[in-house]
Design a protein around this ligand. Structure first.
Ligand SMILES: Cc1cc2nc3c(=O)[nH]c(=O)nc-3n(C[C@H](O)[C@H](O)[C@H](O)COP(=O)(O)OP(=O)(O)OC[C@H]3O[C@@H](n4cnc5c(N)ncnc54)[C@H](O)[C@@H]3O)c2cc1C
Length: 316
């Protein structure tokens, strides 16, 4: 049996956790999920192949608490003895599984794109934001691994999704790290990780005021705004909007990169976009080489035209 840790945040299941459930099904016909609170998500997890959804119920688990989550998972490992425990290759998913590995004194393989169970276990891991693939052998009794974000699509395969509630034993030390406040978080609406359309700006936007153009276009397309690290470092936009190796890794249907050069660290976060449009004054910028559609021009001239044409086409 493979146990998959499913993360959720403010009313939504983490998309990469669903990808981890999908990969787990390729490895074992018996896949179960563990989630901190969130029994209401059990039907959804059943849709993605979880036969049982183990719901940890504890007053300290109402929001993200990495060490407490790991302690709850370790308790479940002791009673269920799964072959492997998988999670999401996100900052949170990796943090939780790293705690699980430390508590059990076993190895942990983060950001796997492929897993072959056996003795020994073989994994392929994405390193440096996916620019390098590392093949490793893991010598362990129970595999702890996370699935690299967007390495595979989440695919449904209905199973029972039966809820099995349990109360983990947590000490005050397990709850040393909890969320006490969220500052500068993205405003309400579609999140960067979930958006089907992301309109993203880089240094070439020239300043924070120009991002109103991106907000207008994103609004017309039902999407959200993203940006490069130069932009967050300059304080033009919040870090929650940063796309890339040290930001959010996304795979939207449409990514529009405006005044972004396409450094490897940025591409690590957006190269899985289904369609990529780049607007740049430099035809030789790296992003123009990988774009499906490359528009050579100044964002301040091109974007108003794109917005006007989109308004006309959508009747907005
Ligand atoms: C460890 C590490 C982690 C990193 N993580 C990330 C990350 O997660 N995300 C990330 O984005 N970066 C990351 N970076 C930074 C990355 O290396 C680049 O510095 C950054 O992505 C560049 O941002 P940019 O494309 O906005 O700026 P630039 O590279 O300066 O590019 C600006 C582009 O705008 C174009 N331009 C200029 N004026 C206009 C105009 N008027 N109209 C149209 N185009 C114009 C230029 O031709 C140029 O191509 C990381 C770096 C390191 C070392």
């Amino acid at each position: 049996m493979i146990l998959v840790h499913v993360d959720h945040d403010r009313g939504a299941v983490d998309a990469v956790s669903l990808q981890a459930l999908t990969l787990a099904r390729c490895l074992d016909s018996d896949v179960q999920a563990v989630i901190m609170g969130g029994a209401e998500f059990a039907p959804e997890l059943g849709e993605y192949g979880a036969s049982i959804v183990h719901v940890a119920e504890h007053p300290g688990l109402t929001d993200y608490a990495p060490q407490a989550t790991a302690r709850a998972i370790v308790g479940l490992i002791n009673s269920l003895a799964p072959t492997a425990v998988l999670g999401a290759g996100t900052a949170r998913g990796n943090e939780v599984l790293a705690h699980v590995a430390a508590m059990t004194d076993l190895p942990f393989a983060a950001d796997c794109t492929e897993i072959t169970l056996g003795s020994p276990v073989r994994v392929t891991r994405a390193r440096w934001g996916g620019n390098l693939l590392e093949e490793s052998t893991v010598i362990t009794t129970t595999l702890f691994a996370t699935v690299f974000a967007h390495a595979i699509p989440a695919v449904q395969s209905p199973a029972a999704g039966a809820v099995s509630a349990f109360t983990p034993e947590l000490s005050p030390a397990d709850l040393a790290v909890v969320i006490i406040e969220r500052a500068g978080a993205a405003s309400a609406g579609v999140t960067l990780a979930e958006a089907k359309v992301v309109v993203s700006g880089g240094r070439g936007m020239g300043g924070p005021e120009s991002f109103s153009l991106l907000e207008d276009l994103a609004g017309l397309l039902g999407g959200t705004v993203g940006c490069s690290r130069v932009v967050t470092s300059a304080g033009w936009r919040p870090h929650a909007e940063q796309v890339g190796q040290t930001g959010t890794k996304i795979a939207p249907d449409l990514y529009i990169a405006c005044g972004i050069s396409g450094a490897t660290q940025h591409l690590a976060g957006c190269k899985n976009s289904k369609t990529l449009i780049a607007i740049n004054t430099d035809p030789d910028a790296p992003i123009m080489q990988i774009a499906d559609y490359a528009i050579v021009g100044d964002v301040h001239a091109v974007l108003p035209q794109v917005i006007a044409l989109t308004r006309a086409a959508t009747g907005a």
